[in-house]
Design a binder for this molecule. Structure first.
Ligand code: FRU
Length: 524
């Protein structure tokens, strides 16, 4: 463990040298990173090249996490959608696979999900092999161009070789369009109490639930959401799952995720969630309040893994780390977009209502190098403490508000020698966590990019504030108050962010503890 305190500017370089020579659990040496790819992250998933958006078909099967994704193999902008594919055994190292699903005469392959059909309810298994079944939206661009509105319907494909190759079901589509323009992104799950499959589908401004005994024939069950939640844009990419109301409770509640574009809390794309009950047919929310999975601008279309074994029991989510406001014009050349880190979802009881908690998956600890610690001290009014950090880092900060002379805001700036920076903080006046990327580097590609993004959060007398931050070259994932509030933002600095500055404005705040871990950068 290294301890340092109030480091002056000239020491930063020395520290960087020291950092690269410390002996971490696993190697933290810089990988060979293409010189023309300054914004390529180290430990976040990116396609090797070309365009990517939503994660699709997240399923765990025989020791492998599958990540399919919206992919355009011919371009770095969105177009005819395919399902790209990658496989991981640890949620950290991903192996790129060939494209899994290609467009066909029924249309492009839009977002959807995958499940392991262990009981072979579909009859698509063979010789004792349970099929992996993918259910996705066909988007028929020819129909769309002809002026029809029925151009989205659901199709099915299956795999008998652990997801390596896929066969389209000969009876597609499995769910026809009922005459509604936006009719997409099926998320399928097994509902044990009613022994049937549930399809949760985004339909323009609401969700529809369908049920099926076999993944092939689907019956409409109910709809939800026309009068509830955020409605600033179209509803997309839903998910439905059950979680214990707190980590050691036997009581459970259902969580419904609904992505919305535009209409997010800080503009553009974002994902809202509802908590309540689901009986296999109908979802009944427990509150009408609009709530968000992530208050940053860059976590969209996030969904969770199917078939995580009971012995593990986690609800693991991955989101697309971009925003439709500018996703197609961000300044990366060879590829576009990364996924968020995998996170786990939990519920916590807040005065009778369940709130969603997001935490980084524990696997990420395996990437940690040698911990550096900052000494506890009172950050005086206006004072800034500087430390050097690696390009891929986990930063854990605990602050405590003093009895008097409290600041108007405090937190951490992560930046470079050119004064480009992203600021993560808490604002005592507006009672909100925030990420400010106004001066984070290039923002010229879109008027919607720069800005200060806020997440309302009342301390309610609590004087301890925790911030856990994951930096990976061009993104920051900010988990505040043990995951009660999460913000994810991307940025494009002209030189790497390798400085960390703690600040306190117009008053004092105590730094109780600070740990900085370099994260391994030679991941595939
Ligand atoms: C969400 C989304 C989905 C759609 C897919 C198309 O980002 O618009 O609703 O299926 O992207 O790529």
């Amino acid at each position: 463990m290294t301890t340092f305190h109030r480091i002056s500017m000239p020491l930063i370089l020395l520290l960087l040298v020291a950092l690269s020579s410390c002996s971490p659990n696993r190697s933290t040496e810089a990988p060979v990173k293409a010189a023309n790819e300054p914004h390529r992250p180290f430990y976040h998933f990116t396609p090797d090249s070309m365009w990517m958006n939503d994660p699709n078909g997240l399923v765990f099967y025989e020791g492998e996490y599958h990540l399919f994704y919206q992919y355009h193999p011919q371009s770095t902008v969105w177009g005819p959608m395919h399902w790209g594919h990658a496989i991981s055994r640890d949620l950290l190292q991903w192996e790129h696979q060939p494209v899994a699903l290609y467009p066909d005469s029924l249309g492009w392959i839009f977002s959807g999900s995958a499940v392991a059909d262990h009981q072979n309810t579909s009859g698509l298994g063979k010789e004792g092999i349970a099929p992996l079944v993918a259910i996705f939206t066909y988007h028929n661009s020819k129909l769309e161009q002809s002026g029809s509105i029925t151009y989205q319907y659901q199709g099915l494909a299956y795999s008998l070789d652990k997801g390596r190759s896929w066969i389209k079901y000969s009876g597609n589509p499995v769910l026809e369009n009922p005459g509604i323009k936006d009719f997409r992104d099926p998320k399928v799950s097994w509902h044990n109490p009613s022994q049937q499959w549930i399809m949760t589908l985004a339909v323009a401004d609401h969700i529809r639930f369908y049920t099926s005994p076999n993944l092939i024939s689907w019956t409409f069950a109910s709809e939800f959401g026309k009068q509830i939640g955020a409605h600033g844009g179209v509803w997309e990419c839903p998910d439905l799952f059950e979680l214990p109301v707190s980590n050691n409770s036997t009581e459970k509640k259902w969580v419904l995720l609904v992505s919305i574009n535009p209409g997010g809390p800080n503009g553009g794309s974002a994902t809202q969630y509802f908590t309540g009950n689901f009986d296999g047919k109908t979802f009944i929310p427990e509150t009408t309040e609009t709530r968000w999975v992530d208050h940053g601008k860059d976590n969209y279309a996030g969904v969770t893994y199917a078939d995580i074994p009971d012995a593990d029991g986690r609800r693991i989510a991955i989101g697309w780390m971009s925003n439709w406001q500018y996703a197609t014009v961000v300044p990366t050349k060879k590829w576009r977009s990364a996924m968020t880190m995998p996170r786990t979802f939990h519920l916590t009881d807040d005065e009778g209502i369940s709130q969603l908690i997001s935490l980084p998956v524990t696997e990420l600890k395996q990437l940690r190098g040698k911990e550096m610690k900052l000494e506890s001290y009172m950050i005086e009014k206006g004072e800034i403490q500087e430390s050097a950090i690696p390009l891929a880092a986990e930063i854990q900060l605990v602050f405590e508000l003093p009895a008097d002379n409290i600041p108007t805001s405090f937190g951490v700036e992560i930046g470079n020698q050119k004064h480009e920076k992203i600021i993560a903080g808490y604002d005592m006046i507006s009672e909100a966590f925030y990420l400010d990327r106004n001066e984070s580097g290039d923002g010229s590609f879109s008027a919607e990019f720069k800005g200060k993004h806020t997440a309302p959060y009342q301390l309610k007398g609590n004087r301890t504030i925790t911030m856990q931050l994951f930096l990976d070259v061009a993104s920051l994932e900010f988990f505040a108050q043990e995951g009660a509030t999460v913000m994810t933002d991307i940025f494009f600095p002209s030189m790497p962010f390798n400085q960390l500055r703690l600040f306190s404005n117009d008053g004092n705040v105590r730094l109780v503890s600070a740990s900085i871990y370099p994260l391994q950068t030679d991941i595939k």
